[in-house]
Design a protein around this ligand. Structure first.
Ligand SMILES: Cc1cc2nc3c(=O)[nH]c(=O)nc-3n(C[C@H](O)[C@H](O)[C@H](O)COP(=O)(O)OP(=O)(O)OC[C@H]3O[C@@H](n4cnc5c(N)ncnc54)[C@H](O)[C@@H]3O)c2cc1C
Length: 393
């Protein structure tokens, strides 16, 4: 026997649950399926266990996509304030950490519990630990087969997310479905991910492991001023994660380790006012001691500043204000927070999230070619796109 649902959603993550809730509220009969044993694992591990669930500064400019205008409609239909209202309705206490980023005071589990409760109220049938064997379309209906069961629906929603963190359930299911239905996929790449380097830079990173500095990190015209962290694998921290979403293999990233100070001017002034001061001591006024020592060493400068040529000072200041380095790659999907690329937005209506070629087939959340900056924007995209599909499915 084949059971009928109005809406079947594959993927019970942030976007899938939000979509189920909205469709259920409209009285649609909804089946929500996930292959994971535990629901909402990505939410649980997000934001260091406190889930950075949205950003009060949500704006289309905070998203990367081949079509930067694609996000406008969904973000307008369901805003950060709508999600904040939902959180308040459930008495979940939260705070702004910095830069508009909102986190739970207690635990990300509160967000999962809230979504599951809303699903229950909306009469959603939830099947976890369930493998989908086949998806098919006959006329205007979509059919899915599980083990021995078969279902069909009018609206099929793909909410299977991206490729990051495979060990908690990420899969390429969404991209395979796109291929099956002849929809274009923008090439995927790990994003919001630590960057790796060849031996010389890696040796510096290893020596400085654990050290964090405020830095401006740029690639071409994109730059981010946030913390940067040296690790035994390379560079990480918010500014590096942000730039990783823009960086392309082969290109240099530029790091300003002292963004508030014009180092060459500072050094020339200091050479005049304190000619006998040691260069290591001077640089340690600007940067943490360990970093100052390594930078002086790399630039082969030591001794009194008066003994250093202006050329040497220029080179030294460049390596502080504009350190250009060439990443060899990233840590990949194992540690990436998100996946860049995905279902081409040309294929989807931005008003409804429905496929233009296949009425009734929807794509939402991270599986779509929309990637938010770090700071709660990726969840906001999941809530907004999920809500929109839930309204039209
Ligand atoms: C470590 C980490 C921390 C993060 N922190 C934040 C943060 O604080 N703020 C923020 O905005 N974003 C954060 N993100 C990003 C955010 O988690 C994602 O962008 C968001 O979860 C995407 O929602 P989604 O519903 O599209 O996909 P997901 O939440 O990934 O959900 C996809 C669901 O589909 C299921 N699925 C996959 N394949 C199949 C299949 N074949 N069959 C059935 N089910 C399947 C998965 O099990 C999963 O439950 C973080 C990501 C990571 C990895």
């Amino acid at each position: 026997m084949i059971e009928k649902y109005d809406v079947i959603i594959i993927g019970a993550g942030a976007a899938g649950m939000m979509c189920a809730i909205e469709a259920g509220k409209r009285g649609r009969k909804v089946l929500l399926i996930d292959h994971a044993k535990k629901i909402g694992e990505k939410i649980r591990i997000s934001g260091g266990g406190r889930c950075n669930f949205t950003n009060i500064n949500t704006h289309p400019s905070k998203f990367i996509s081949n079509n930067p205008k694609f996000v406008i409609s969904a973000l307008k239909q369901y805003t950060q304030n709508d999600f904040i209202d939902l959180i308040k309705k459930h008495n979940i206490k939260f705070h702004e950490k910095k830069l508009g980023q909102l986190f739970c005071d207690e635990s990300a589990q509160q967000i999962i519990d809230m979504l599951l409760l809303e699903c229950k109220i909306a009469n959603i049938v939830l099947k976890k630990d369930t493998i989908i064997e086949n998806v098919d379309k006959q006329e205007d209906k979509y059919f899915i087969s599980l083990n021995s069961e078969k279902y069909f629906c009018e609206s099929l929603i793909i909410a299977t997310g991206g490729l990051s963190i495979p060990k908690i359930g990420a899969s390429k299911f969404g991209y395979d479905i796109a291929q099956k239905f002849n929809l274009k996929v923008v090439e995927t790449q790990p994003a919001l991910v630590p960057l790796t380097f060849s031996e010389k830079i890696l040796a510096i990173c290893k020596e400085l492991t654990g050290l964090s500095v405020e830095a401006v990190v740029s690639f071409k015209n994109n730059f981010f001023e946030e913390g940067m962290l040296f690790t035994h694998r390379g560079l990480s921290g918010p500014s590096i994660l942000q730039i990783s979403s823009y960086w392309k293999l082969g290109g240099d990233i530029k790091i300003n380790l002292s963004p508030k100070l014009d180092i060459i001017k500072f050094l020339v002034d200091r050479k005049k006012s304190h000619p006998k001061q040691d260069i290591n001591v001077i640089i340690s006024e600007i940067l943490p001691k360990r970093l100052a020592y390594i930078i002086c060493n790399q630039n082969k400068v030591n001794g009194n500043i008066c003994e250093l040529s202006n050329k040497a000072l220029n080179q030294l200041s460049n390596s502080i204000n504009a350190w250009a380095i060439n990443p060899t790659g990233s840590e990949g999907y194992r540690t990436a927070e998100v996946t860049l690329g995905g279902i081409d937005t040309d294929e989807i209506s931005s008003k409804t999230m429905m496929s233009k070629k296949h009425p009734g087939l929807f794509f939402i959340g991270e599986v779509v070619d929309v990637t938010g900056h770090l700071g709660g924007y990726n969840f906001q995209w999941a809530w907004s796109s999920g809500y929109v599909a839930g309204k039209y499915a």
